[in-house]
Design a binder for this molecule. Structure first.
Ligand code: GTP
Ligand code: MG
Length: 357
């Protein structure tokens, strides 16, 4: 490998998902020439662009917002063709040339609508039993593991039938290695959160893959020694999806948080509008996700839940001077200097990354 090789960063959720990875990914997008996503559409990443337009991405990495970047969907991904087409159409409103810079690995999997019907969404048994979104991702992965071509297709095999063959790309691992060696920076955008991992969480209240940095890179085909940065995204108050979604230490209520914060706060899921479960900071959980991911930097989102005066704050000085945030950080055990990004609202990330221009 050459000495001047580029960065290869992995963005990971440090709790139960919805940490705001979308907002962080979009914020740092200009620094990366390649943006990669794997995972599946049971994760939705939301961000707002500089003009205030909202973007919800379930398939395409948020880094598309950097018009100079190449956008890659890797081998471990599961793609719902209908959603992919919808996302392409959405992006075309902002960048008509998106298809010229979008590459989809021929070995990515197809999330056929049959799998959704099998699980039944939030009205299905899996939702009742473990709080799953029930989108069929588990059954699709099972079909892939069973190596049953009757039930599971690779993207490259069906791309022509769905008029997407112009996007097919054959060797993401080689592409990413080559561009890194040539000095380009690569960002791999993880989905969900460390504590939803199939292997490293509260089985069976988990998702159907490993959501930690090593699992994410395995899905892309990037070799572990190529990773230069792991950014762990943490929320001030972790959430779990509504329903029977499993253990969550220090569980509290939105009412209690609102009273403490002095501002009305509540979160509902996008599709079902059910109120999410929420908890106070859980240091043990964070310790475990630090152990599993060995982050080189942190992003702390939802700082506006700690101090209402920080809501959509874009002043570094004001953030640093917030007594409430300082008290929170002291109690959290996080090292202040290692937090490079602070989320203060859906529209704002404050950047303390001195290594960047
Ligand atoms: P998953 O992979 O699905 O877990 O997604 P994610 O980590 O990208 O999070 P997602 O975008 O699904 O959810 C975060 C939500 O909170 C979105 O609606 C964001 O617009 C919003 N958000 C992100 N950062 C902040 C923040 O700092 N403060 C507030 N109030 N909202 C935020
Ligand atoms: Mg989400």
């Amino acid at each position: 490998m050459k000495d001047n090789k580029g960065k290869l960063a992995v963005l990971v959720g440090g709790q139960y998902g919805s940490e705001g990875k979308g907002a962080i990914s979009a914020h740092i997008a200009p620094r990366f020439r390649y943006h990669v996503r794997v995972g599946s559409p049971n994760a939705g990443h939301t961000f707002y662009d500089a003009q205030g337009n909202k973007h919800v991405m379930q398939t395409i990495p948020c880094g598309w917002i950097n018009r100079q970047a190449m956008i890659v969907i890797g081998r471990g991904a599961l793609i719902n063709i209908r959603l992919l087409k919808q996302e392409i159409e959405h992006i075309k409103l902002f960048d008509p040339r998106i298809e010229d810079r979008l590459l989809i690995d021929s070995q990515a999997g197809v999330l056929d609508e049959r799998f959704f019907r099998e699980e039944g969404g939030v009205n299905g048994e899996m939702h009742r039993r473990i709080g799953s979104t029930g989108e069929g991702v588990g059954p699709a992965r099972v079909a892939r593991i069973n190596r049953d071509p009757e039930k599971f297709s690779l993207f490259g095999d069906i791309a022509r039938n769905v008029s997407l063959d112009h996007l097919v790309f054959d060797n993401t691992p080689a592409l990413l290695a080559n561009v890194q060696d040539a000095g380009d920076n690569v960002l791999i955008e993880g989905t969900q959160g460390s504590a939803l991992s199939l292997f490293h969480s509260f089985w069976p209240y988990c998702t159907s893959t490993d959501t930690n940095a090593s699992g994410i890179i395995a899905e892309t085909g990037v070799a572990p020694s190529r990773v230069t940065d792991v950014i762990l995204v943490l929320r001030t108050y972790p959430i779990r999806v509504a329903g029977n979604s499993g253990p969550m230490k220090n569980e509290t209520t939105w009412q209690a948080i609102s009273e403490k914060c002095g501002r009305e706060i509540t979160e509902k899921t996008t599709v079902t509008k059910k109120t999410r479960r929420v908890a106070e900071w859980d240091g043990d959980l964070v310790k475990q996700s630090i152990l599993l991911n060995a982050p080189t930097a942190f992003a702390l989102t939802f700082c506006d839940y700690v101090d209402p005066d920080l809501f959509e704050c874009d002043s570094h000085v004001k953030l640093v001077q917030s007594e409430k945030l300082r008290a929170f950080l002291d109690a959290s055990g996080l090292e202040r200097d290692r937090i490079k990004y602070f989320g203060t609202g859906p529209h704002h990330v404050l950047d303390f990354d001195s290594t960047e221009g």
